[in-house]
Design a binder for this molecule. Structure first.
Ligand code: COA
Length: 158
C-alpha cells in the first residue's frame, strides 16, 4: 500500500488543490490531506472549518482521507506510516520555496520522499489569498473554488 501525505493550510481549498489531489489519488493507494493548523498564517477559517470544507470536496475520492496536524510534517508522515509527501508546483515562482522545504524535510527524515506534480495550467495563478481577496470585495470566485467553499467565503465576509 503506497501512502502519501498532501499537506497545506487549505485556507480555503481551491480547485487548484483539488487538481493536485486527484493526480495524487491516481498515483497512490492512499492519500491523506494534512491540514496544518498554521496559526502563523492567521487563517480565515478555523482548522475544523477547513477540514469540513475539504471533506465535502473529496467525498468522491474513495482513497482520500483528511486529518489535521501540528508540529513537524515529517513527524506526522512517520506517525501515519506515509511513504511520501506530495506538493504541487504551479509555476517557476513556487520552485525555490518548495525546493528548500523538500530538502529540509529530507534532512530531517531521509526516508520520506517529496514528489511534485503540476496542476492544470488554468490554476497556475490560483492561491487561497487571492481567492479570499476577490471574495472579500464581492467578486465571483466560482471558477476557483467549489460551491460550498464559495458559500462559506460569502458568509465569512458578509
Ligand atoms: N492550487 C491553488 N493554490 C495553491 C496550490 C494549488 N495547486 N498550491 C499551492 N497553492 C497556494 C495556496 O493556496 C497558498 O496560498 P496562500 O499563501 O495565498 O494561502 C500557497 O500556495 C501556499 O500554500 P500551501 O501549499 O498550502 O502551503 P502552506 O505554505 O500553506 O503550507 C506547510 C506549508 C503546512 C506544508 C508547511 O509549512 C509545513 O510543513 N508546516 C509544518 C511545520 C514543518 O514541518 N516545517 C518544516 C517544513 S521544511
Amino acid at each position: 500500500m503506497r501512502h502519501c501525505i498532501y499537506p497545506g493550510t487549505f485556507d480555503p481549498i481551491t480547485y487548484g488543490h483539488l487538481d493536485v489531489l486527484a493526480r495524487a489519488a491516481k498515483l497512490f493507494d492512499r492519500v491523506t490531506v494534512a491540514v496544518a493548523d498554521n496559526p502563523g498564517k492567521a487563517p480565515l477559517f478555523t482548522t475544523e472549518q477547513r477540514i469540513e470544507l475539504l471533506h465535502a470536496s473529496v467525498a468522491q475520492l474513495k482513497n482520500v482521507a483528511v486529518m489535521n496536524f501540528d508540529g513537524l510534517l515529517v513527524d506526522f508522515c512517520v506517525a501515519q506510516k506515509a511513504d511520501a509527501i506530495i506538493r504541487g508546483l504551479r509555476a517557476l515562482s513556487d520552485f525555490e520555496f518548495e525546493f528548500n522545504m523538500a530538502l529540509m524535510n529530507r534532512h530531517l527524515k531521509p526516508t520520506v520522499e517529496t514528489l511534485f506534480v503540476m496542476p492544470n495550467e488554468q490554476f497556475s495563478y490560483t492561491s487561497s489569498s487571492l481567492v479570499k481577496q476577490v471574495a472579500k470585495y464581492g467578486g465571483d470566485v466560482s471558477h476557483f473554488v467549489p460551491p460550498n467553499v464559495a458559500a462559506a467565503l460569502k458568509k465569512a465576509y458578509a
